[in-house]
Design a protein around this ligand. Structure first.
Ligand code: ZN
Length: 174
């Protein structure tokens, strides 16, 4: 809608949504929970397009692979301007404070710290609480995937060095 083109208008519109007492609409999945997990698993922790689907970036044109569902799911390529590509990509980026995945019950963000503490106590008052690991995200990624995130993907020898962080205005639109 035209009135949401103004940043301020849009912001206050979003703000008004936080005032609404939302109800979650949920219904039984047709083909069982496994199907739902399988479907969600493909999207929840992924970016809109994976690097290997981008075939070329030349002269301000991006060529990428996609599957045409209308044509028997055949793999095709499409070329769009870099500007259009970025526009489409950004349609998948959630606004600041929006969550792709929400937890509920004792895992809901607001409750989990207290709730998990209480649950542990109720299960076994003498239980040893596991120590919080002092791992950095780099160490964690290495432990879980065996990949060194700082290793140069080209020569596999050089180490990437962080020179500077991105200023906040690039990270969220608020
Ligand atoms: Zn290198």
């Amino acid at each position: 809608m035209a009135k949401y083109k103004s940043k301020q208008e849009f912001k206050s519109f979003v703000q008004s949504l936080f005032m609404v007492k939302w109800n979650t609409y949920a219904k039984r999945p047709f083909a069982g929970p496994e199907q739902v997990l399988e479907y969600l698993g493909r999207y929840t922790h992924r970016v809109a397009i994976s690097n290997n689907r981008i075939k070329s970036i030349d002269n301000g044109q991006v060529c990428f692979e996609y599957r045409d569902r209308a044509d028997n799911n055949t793999s095709k390529t499409m070329t769009v301007s870099a500007h259009e590509f970025i526009r489409r990509f950004l349609l998948h980026v959630l606004p600041h404070n929006f969550m792709k995945i929400r937890y509920f019950g004792f895992l809901s963000h607001r409750n989990k710290k207290q709730a998990i503490k209480l649950i542990r106590k109720l299960i076994d008052p003498d239980a040893k609480i596991p120590q919080k690991t002092e791992e950095t995200y780099l160490e964690m990624m290495h432990r879980l995937t065996g990949h060194d995130l700082l290793c140069c993907p080209k020569c596999k020898e050089g180490k990437m060095t962080i020179i500077k962080g991105l200023p906040n205005q690039f990270l969220n639109s608020s």
